[in-house]
Design a protein around this ligand. Structure first.
Ligand SMILES: [Mn+2]
Length: 418
């Protein structure tokens, strides 16, 4: 009788221990999932929007660029549809961190967002979705780089939100330099670059961080969902869409299915290039790889340059299909009357500036005969007097692989074009 009682007790203790272990595992997962959101300021129920309406314009924005007629429907973050593939929704988050060194611990991160003549409407939407959909314990800061904006009220509005810091430039430095400046302020292990008119979806950061924990040399991108610039309706972007470019070095989306027939969501999808606005990487890699080319101006070319540099200097560029970020695509009809047909200005003109940047990247990263393929499409580039010695030294120091290697192993479709 005594023996039987002892057996029962041991059995009960074992069952309780197993239950406790399971509860602990569940609590850990729960903590990962439930540690959100960062609370918004108390009176933030559309007051920003109301102020905009009272003023009769969108503070900070170029008049005419933003023509939103969307009625205010409460905090934006709550109205984002979950656009993840069902394969993402079925798998618990812990599945994405399984086997990751350090017991699946995700790194702390900061978000860097440059802005130039952006609307408070869209910036508020960006901030609220980040605060609502990021793990509060891991999100350190949202660092805005205020690149020559003339409305100080806008900066004050941004600073009302928790975790927001604004770094202002003394004069216009352009998007590329602004990203370098913002990243130089990051004190977290991971930097995530976003644009100032986006909405981050559920667990957007965790999926990126989980992949970075497993692949620290990766640069990872969320899938870009599509937000209508008039209605602000959030729509699902395509799964399996990759980034590429032609010999003119202009970025384009490649919508044909990925070459690996065995590819399945939620696996990371290798992509030859990134569109440039939304990306995450460890600060260690950011520093090792030498940031953006500081001599590129305003906007353009830096995304293709970084894609070539990452792939050829020891890293990978991957789209993480479960991480989704909606981006407001501005319709040209709303800004086509503006100089250069861009929603913001290029002091030297858009065409000249983008070609200057492309010419720099070509001179550094395209060895012959590929450089000539680019020059045939952009003859002015061949005549430009460019000092790329610093970037060539970086390429040598990192012992980067050749363009031929990249065409063979990463982007064979481009190699087939003459
Ligand atoms: Mn954009």
């Amino acid at each position: 009788m005594q023996l039987r009682a002892a057996v029962l007790r041991r059995r009960r203790e074992a069952a309780e221990a197993a239950l406790a272990a399971r509860r602990e595992a569940e609590a850990a997962e729960e903590a990962l999932v439930m540690d959100r959101p960062t609370a918004l300021p108390k009176n933030d129920q559309g007051d920003v929007w109301a102020q905009k309406e009272r003023a009769g314009r969108l503070p900070g924005a170029d008049p005419g660029v933003w023509k939103s007629t969307a009625p205010f429907r409460g905090p934006f973050a709550t109205s984002i549809p979950d656009t993840r593939n069902s394969a993402c929704r079925r798998a618990p988050l812990s599945e994405f961190t399984r086997g990751v060194p350090g017991g699946g611990q995700l790194a702390h991160f900061s978000v860097v967002i440059p802005y130039h003549r952006e609307a408070l409407l869209t910036m508020g939407m960006t901030i609220k979705s980040i605060l609502a959909n990021s793990p509060a314990a891991l999100l350190d800061e949202i660092i805005f780089v205020d690149d020559d904006n003339r409305d100080p009220a806008l900066k004050q509005q941004l600073l009302r939100y928790p975790k927001v810091r604004v770094v202002s430039t003394a004069r216009r430095i352009g998007l590329i330099a602004a990203k370098n400046l913002g990243a130089s302020e990051v004190r977290s292990a991971v930097v995530i670059f976003l644009e100032s008119h986006v909405q981050t979806n559920v667990f957007w950061a965790e999926y990126l961080l989980a992949r970075l924990a497993a692949c620290p040399a990766c640069v990872v991108l969320p899938v870009t969902d599509i937000i209508d610039d008039t209605t602000l309706a959030y729509n699902m972007g395509g799964d399996g869409v990759r980034g590429g470019f032609g010999w003119d070095l202009t970025f384009k989306w490649i919508s044909n299915p990925p070459p690996e027939a065995h590819y399945r969501v939620p696996q990371p999808l290798a992509t030859p290039a990134m569109s440039g606005g939304l990306l995450a990487m460890t600060m260690k890699e950011w520093d090792r790889l030498g940031h953006y080319d500081g001599r590129m101006e305003v906007w353009g070319g830096e995304n293709v340059e970084m894609s070539l540099r990452v792939w050829r200097c020891g890293g990978r560029v991957e789209i993480i299909p479960c991480s989704r970020v909606g981006h407001v695509y501005r319709s040209p009809k709303n800004y086509q009357k503006w100089k250069d047909n861009f929603p913001y200005s290029f002091p030297k003109g858009a065409g000249v500036t983008v070609e200057h940047n492309n010419a720099r990247l070509a001179k550094v990263w395209l060895e012959e005969p590929f450089l000539q393929r680019y020059y045939r499409r952009a003859p002015n580039s061949a005549r430009m007097n460019l000092d790329v010695r610093g970037r060539l030294a970086l390429k040598r120091r990192l012992q980067c692989k050749s363009m031929r290697w990249y065409l063979k192993n990463v982007y064979p479709e481009l190699g087939q074009q003459k």
